[in-house]
Design a protein around this ligand. Structure first.
Ligand SMILES: Nc1ncnc2c1ncn2[C@@H]1O[C@H](COP(=O)(O)OP(=O)(O)OP(=O)(O)O)[C@@H](O)[C@H]1O
Ligand SMILES: [Mg+2]
Length: 248
């Protein structure tokens, strides 16, 4: 596959971007309160390179809040998140934005594509923001969209795509800068059962073909059951971790 070749050759040049170490992300004693409401209570978790992790739990458990903090979109009251050797909340706001752009991809429940831009422009945008040339950014976006079966929809606006196509475009946008980790918050929550199955297969295909690390918040038990580890949350704490790689 063309994209795979592109990807692998890019990896050869940028290997330091993708691989931090085996325990790629260390989440340590994260707490977050909103007013008097304690939403996260001393959460610690290691996320390993190449893992697909599901975060599950009832509504209000704190899953989105945790994902936003791991993704540096929100700051904790206490605790740290360490990518490789980088303690991300010790970075200045500017450096943190750059770090996020280069190393973290996001997929949300609603694709959050910009409506006035075409599919390929939406996907290329993080690469342009990251300082890559137009031809590089659009080349990478095109190859990714080809890989994801959207090569024939490059010039469509988000409103002209199906729900599943929009989510695949959102995945392409998350991947365009070859991030170390992709954080997904109910990425298939708005899709029908076929769309959900396709999206789940896509995550595992991407991990198999390119070694991506995924942290996926999901209410979908079928997806959660396929992941390497399932992290169960309730009331701002991790209540259980089911590790299928060691059967523990
Ligand atoms: N900005 C905020 N201000 C005040 N409270 C908040 C804020 N963000 C989240 N909360 C509260 O924190 C709790 C956890 O929210 P969070 O969005 O993390 O839950 P969740 O596990 O993702 O739930 P869901 O499955 O419904 O998406 C909720 O009770 C929510 O009302
Ligand atoms: Mg949520």
């Amino acid at each position: 596959m063309i994209y795979k070749n592109y990807w692998q050759s890019s990896f050869a040049n940028n290997i330091h971007i993708h691989y931090f170490c085996t325990e790629m992300i260390k989440v340590r004693h994260i707490s977050r309160t909103f007013g008097t409401l304690q939403v996260l209570d001393s959460i610690s978790l290691d996320i390993n390179d190449g893992e697909v992790i599901a975060i599950t739990g009832p509504s209000g458990a704190g899953k989105t809040t945790l994902l936003q903090i791991v993704g540096s979109l929100d700051r904790p009251d206490n605790g740290s998140v360490i990518y490789g050797d980088t303690d991300i909340f010790k970075l200045s706001d500017n450096k943190l934005s750059n770090f996020r752009n280069r190393n973290i991809g996001f997929v949300f429940q609603a694709s959050q594509l910009l409506p006035e831009f075409s599919t390929i422009e939406n996907v290329a945008m993080p690469a342009l923001i990251g300082g890559r040339s137009r031809s590089e950014a659009f080349g990478a976006a095109r190859q990714l969209l080809d890989y994801l079966g959207l090569g024939h929809r490059l010039d469509h606006r988000p409103a002209e795509l199906s729900g599943g196509e929009r989510q695949r475009a959102a995945v392409a946008r998350a991947l365009v800068n070859k991030p170390a980790v992709v954080l997904a918050d109910e990425p298939s929550g708005s899709l029908d059962s076929q769309g959900r199955a396709d999206m789940h297969r896509l995550f595992f295909d991407l991990r198999r073909d390119f070694g991506h690390t995924f942290v996926i918040v999901t209410h979908d038990e079928t997806l959660a059951a396929d992941t390497d580890r399932m992290v169960c949350m309730a009331d701002g704490r991790i209540t259980r971790i089911i590790d299928r790689t060691t059967n523990s």
